[in-house]
Design a protein around this ligand. Structure first.
Ligand SMILES: [Zn+2]
Length: 464
């Protein structure tokens, strides 16, 4: 069989694998390349993927960098099923509808600029029509069930502990007399995160595609991060200050709510207002409730006692733009969670514009900020930033907390691979920058004596 890499080779976005056997073509993920300019333009090229010739699609999880190009399949004659866990089916709908809206909005803005320059209009990558055509193709495949998805190919999904519903994929491929197992790790989570079960190891593989985002380092211990977070919230509560938290809608927002509730429950923090100012995060939080069967034991037990909401009696969901604007006048201790997670769009930008210049405000960065974003400038200590073309001085306290990652650290990646190592599978490292990837490759070779490859974009891996 041949497996073509459609992205995330030496970078962390654009995940996608086309598996071709003598009798079938199966796609695993088709994520968006996230970035500006040339990086974004790569999304328009499907490479070796011919939508009308696909027999099946498997989706590991609902993050945009894994599902964001799927709507492009729905342009032509695309009748293929997309297999994903029930939670991923729900989250993917939320993510792709939001993405289509943003794609259209971006294209309209660009078109207006181009028109002023006498140039032709910009074309959106896709819009709501493609997403509407795509959504009926999703077929829920619960964890642990084996399903034949194409001639000679069966798939099984295993919890990867990264976001609710996320999965590693085990493909069993029969060609003539040979039978091969190919495992795609998907994004692997760290151990011990609230709500999520730890990543489940697999027992056997001939070939493993392993993510390598943090292949060169372990995260700061969660306990140290939580102590820091608590201290910030205690200060804010005492001095009646506002705390702004830029946060991704799915996963990170719920995690932060969980921890604040825990502080209140343990009596470390007085009850004070928490506002989720993001329609997408509000919907994602509803979906978390719908899929609580996937929670780890701790979160299930908490659910039986009334859930974390019980400890946040002043939790507000701010759905409309008016509700969001009203928060500008809030002059009391409050946590405001809003997107986008990297401060490069969404309601958090408005909150930052109205508050960065104040002295009695905290901004808590809880996620990765990629270069060039407003979030990255704040993390690097900018004294002044430009927001919507306006200079804003930074007087607010900016805190960066490093321990909330949704990705496994280096030791956890090595441990996960260790469960497969007895059969000495070939390893192919993807979804990582070159530095972390090379570091993990060396560790796996040394520790397990396996062959490890670090292919570039467009590479084809073959397996007899
Ligand atoms: Zn992910």
């Amino acid at each position: 069989m041949r497996i073509s890499l459609c992205g995330a080779a030496g970078e962390v976005t654009g995940s996608g694998y086309l598996v071709e056997t003598r009798t079938a073509r199966v796609l695993v993920d088709l994520g968006m390349f996230q970035g500006q300019g040339a990086t974004f333009e790569k999304n328009r090229d499907l490479g070796p993927v011919q939508p009308e010739r696909l027999d099946a699609v498997v989706l590991t999880h609902a993050h945009l960098d894994h599902c964001g190009r799927l709507p492009l399949l729905a342009r032509g004659k695309f009748r293929t099923a997309i297999h994903a866990t029930p939670a991923t089916v729900d989250f993917a709908e939320l993510v792709l509808k939001d993405s289509a809206f943003l794609q259209q909005q971006d294209a309209e803005r660009l078109t207006r600029r181009r028109q002023r320059q006498g140039r032709p209009p910009a074309e959106a990558l896709y819009g709501p029509e493609e997403v509407d055509r795509l959504l009926p193709r999703f077929q829920a495949l619960p964890y642990g069930e084996t399903r034949t998805i194409a001639d000679g190919v069966s798939a099984r999904l295993v919890d990867s502990g990264h976001i609710l519903g996320s999965a590693s994929v085990e493909l069993t491929v029969k060609e003539g007399a040979s039978k091969r197992t190919v495992v795609f790790s998907g994004d692997l989570g760290p151990n011990g995160m609230p709500f999520l079960r730890d990543p489940q190891p697999l027992a056997h593989a001939d070939l493993v595609f392993l993510e390598s985002t943090y292949g060169d380092r372990d995260h700061r211990p969660l306990d140290a991060t939580l102590d820091e977070f608590l201290a910030i919230l205690q200060d804010a509560a005492g001095a009646r200050e506002k705390v702004l938290i830029p946060s991704f809608a799915i996963g990170r927002t719920q995690l932060i709510l969980y921890f604040i509730a825990q502080f209140v429950r343990e009596g470390k923090l007085p009850v004070f207002p928490v506002v989720v100012d993001s329609p997408m995060a509000i919907e994602a939080t509803r979906l978390y409730r719908r899929h609580q069967d996937l929670f780890d034991e701790e979160a299930k037990a908490l659910g039986r006692r009334g859930g974390w909401e019980k400890d946040l009696p002043r939790l507000e969901m701010s759905e409309t733009a008016e509700e969001s604007k009203r928060l500008n006048n809030l002059r009391d201790a409050a946590v405001i969670l809003a997107g986008s997670g990297m401060c490069d769009g969404g309601r958090i930008v408005h909150h930052l514009k109205h508050n960065l210049w104040r002295r009695n405000v905290h901004v808590v960065i809880v996620g990765y900020q990629s270069q060039g974003t407003l979030g990255a400038r704040l993390v690097h200590g900018a004294k002044e930033v430009t927001i919507h073309g306006e200079e804003v001085v930074v007087h607010a306290d900016i805190h960066t907390l490093g321990g909330f990652s949704a990705h496994a650290g280096r030791s956890e990646l090595i441990d996960w691979f260790g469960h497969l190592a007895k059969d000495r599978p070939r390893a192919v490292l993807t979804h990582g920058e070159d530095g972390p990837r090379a570091a993990l490759a060396e560790a796996l070779r040394e520790r397990f004596g396996v062959t490890v490859e670090t292919p570039g974009p467009g590479a084809v891996v073959t397996l007899d």
